[in-house]
Design a binder for this molecule. Structure first.
Ligand SMILES: [Zn+2]
Length: 148
């Protein structure tokens, strides 16, 4: 089984002899899900409860494994994302789980859900509509309240 249900199998192995090349490759899997939300701090119509068909893209990066020819298996991405994200949010009211669930805050929550999964996360993209999306990447600077 996979990180969503507890495994110690590494999803990403270091490139061994015979690796295709040393350059990283990005592997992406996309997941649609439906959910409702409302934004209590929004001045406009988004204060009212409404729904979206969200599209979550999970971008993973790593070297091509010499033996399998893959960075990681698309199915492994699905198993982890289903257990840690989709099963918790699909067809739910996001406000029940995430305070003020803007696209930015939903993406941050999803990132936290996946951060220790073993997936070699590069970034995630969350589309709230076909033309509006947010990108979440690993922190490159300390949070404002860190290290003070
Ligand atoms: Zn909305």
């Amino acid at each position: 089984m996979l990180p969503g249900s507890g495994t110690d199998r590494p999803l990403l192995r270091p490139p061994g002899p015979g690796a295709y090349h040393g350059r990283p490759v990005i592997v992406v899997r996309e997941f649609p899900f439906d959910a409702a939300h409302f934004l209590p701090k929004h001045p406009g119509r988004c204060r009212n409860m409404h729904g979206h068909t969200y599209r979550l893209q999970v971008w993973c990066e790593g070297p091509i494994d010499a033996e399998s020819g893959m960075v990681l298996d698309f199915q492994d991405i699905k198993d982890v994302v289903k257990a840690r994200v989709l099963d918790l949010v699909d067809h739910t009211l996001l406000n029940d789980r995430i305070e003020n669930p803007t696209a930015e805050r939903i993406a941050a929550w999803i990132w936290d859900q996946l951060a220790d999964s073993g997936l070699p996360l590069k970034e995630i993209r969350l589309y709230e509509t076909p033309t509006c999306f947010v990108v979440h990447r690993p922190a490159e600077v300390p949070a404002p309240d860190a290290g003070s």
